[in-house]
Design a protein around this ligand. Sequence first.
Ligand code: SF4
Ligand code: SF4
Length: 284
Amino acid sequence: MGWQDEVVQKLQQGTLRRLEWEDRFPFACHAECMGRCCRKADIVLDPWDLEVLARGLGLNTTDFVDAYAELQIEPETLWPYVRLRDVTRGPCAFLDNQGLCRVYPFRPRNCRAYPVGRRVTVTWLKNGKPDLDATYFLLNTPTTCLGPQSTRIWTLREWLEASECLDYFQRATEHLVVKSLARELKYHEWWEGPPHMLLMLFLFEPDLIREEFGITEQEVNHVELYRRRMQALQLFLTDQAARHGYFLETGNDSGAACALDLSGTAPDLLEWMLSILRGEQPDS
Ligand code: SF4
Ligand code: SF4
C-alpha cells in the first residue's frame, strides 16, 4: 500500500486528525529533543525543494544531487524523483551537532510543514484541465518528539504561514499536476528505459535551462521559470503519449483530448517547449 492509500485509510479510520484552516493544535520544538526528527527522516525533494536547496548552498542542482541526494525512479509509475541521501541510514546530512538544521531557511517542504501533512487529489475534467482537492492532517509524531506537548497553540493557517509553506505547496502542486498527467497518459505503459533527457532537464535542471537557452533571472524569475517548466512538461507528456497512441481520457466528444492544444501545424517539440519557457503561448 502506497503512503497516499495509507493516509486515506487512516483518515477514514480517524487515526489521523483532519485539519481545516482554523483548526487548532499544540506544537513547538523543544531543546531536549532538538534534531531527533532529522535522525532518520526520509525526505523526498520536490523539484522546487531541490532548486531552492541548491541555490541556498551556492550549487547548481546537478552538483547538489551529486553531493547530497540521489535520483530514483518510482517502480510503479516510472516517474523520476530525488531524495536526500543516507537519511534512512543515519542523520540527515544537514543536521549539525547541536541538533539544528544547517539549511533551515532553505529546508524542504516536508520539513517545513511537519507535523502537518497534505494530500492532494487531481481529477482531470472534460476540458482537459485539472481539478485539485487538498486535505490537511496532523501526522502521528513519534513519542521522542516533544512538540505536541507544548502549550503553544496554532491554527493550521498560522502554522503554514509561519513556516512559509504555502508557496512550497503551490510549487509542489504544479509538479503534482504534471505527475498526475503522466499517470493519466499511462506514461509507465509506453515509456521504456531511463527517463527522457527533456523530462530530466525540465524537472530538475533550471540552471542548465537558463544557461542553454539564455534565460536570465532578470527576464524570468525562478518561480515563473518553474511554472513554465511544469507547463512545458505537460506539452512534452501529451506529445510523447500521443506518439504512442495514448490520450487523456476526459470523456469529451472527441474521445481524446490534450492538456495543451496540439492542433494545427506542430512545430518541433523542443521549440514548443522553449516558446513556453519564453512566455509565448503556442498557437492553437
Ligand atoms: S519537537 Fe519534534 S520536530 Fe521539534 S525538534 Fe523535537 S523531535 Fe524535532
Ligand atoms: S533538511 Fe534540515 S529539517 Fe530537514 S531533515 Fe535535514 S536537518 Fe532536518
